[in-house]
Design a protein around this ligand. Structure first.
Ligand SMILES: [Zn+2]
Ligand SMILES: [Zn+2]
Length: 140
């Protein structure tokens, strides 16, 4: 099991997942929300994450075009995960894990919408969008 928290420590969560499907997301929404060129996220089904403390501080911003929610601590602003209820999927922000160094991204995804002037290659496979989970599992 993995655990994590926001910067102020008032929201704590637990994850029952091996976090194998870890990706560096270069999409426009991640870049804007995090103020970063890409964001390492771990994909999992929604029920694998439990908020164990601070649920009342969790705020959501809906990105209408993707039918997903950016979930963050309303006190310190840390983005914890992205939730797509329709697809029942979460994208957990790896940096918020207390065990983040044990989670290694498999690939760079959403490269079509990356910042084209950002040219730092990390040698991982690159995909225009997010490929099907089966395809990503072949990289594990
Ligand atoms: Zn916080
Ligand atoms: Zn993204």
């Amino acid at each position: 099991m993995h655990t994590g928290s926001c910067l102020c420590g008032q929201i704590n969560y637990e994850v029952d997942d091996t976090l194998e499907i870890a990706l560096n997301c270069h999409c426009k929404f991640c870049r804007l929300a995090h103020g970063a060129e890409f964001v390492p996220v771990a994909l999992m089904t929604a029920e694998k994450l439990r908020i164990v403390k601070g649920q009342d501080l969790l705020s959501k911003f809906e990105v209408v075009s993707t039918e997903s929610f950016r979930c963050f601590c309303s006190y310190c602003g840390t983005r914890l995960f992205n939730h797509n209820p329709k697809a029942n999927y979460l994208g957990l922000i790896i940096a918020t894990l207390s065990t983040s160094e044990s989670v290694v991204p498999l690939a760079n995804v959403n490269m079509l919408s990356r910042n084209m002037s950002f040219q730092q290659s990390n040698g991982l496979p690159e995909f225009d969008d997010v490929p099907p989970i089966e395809e990503l599992l072949e990289l594990v």
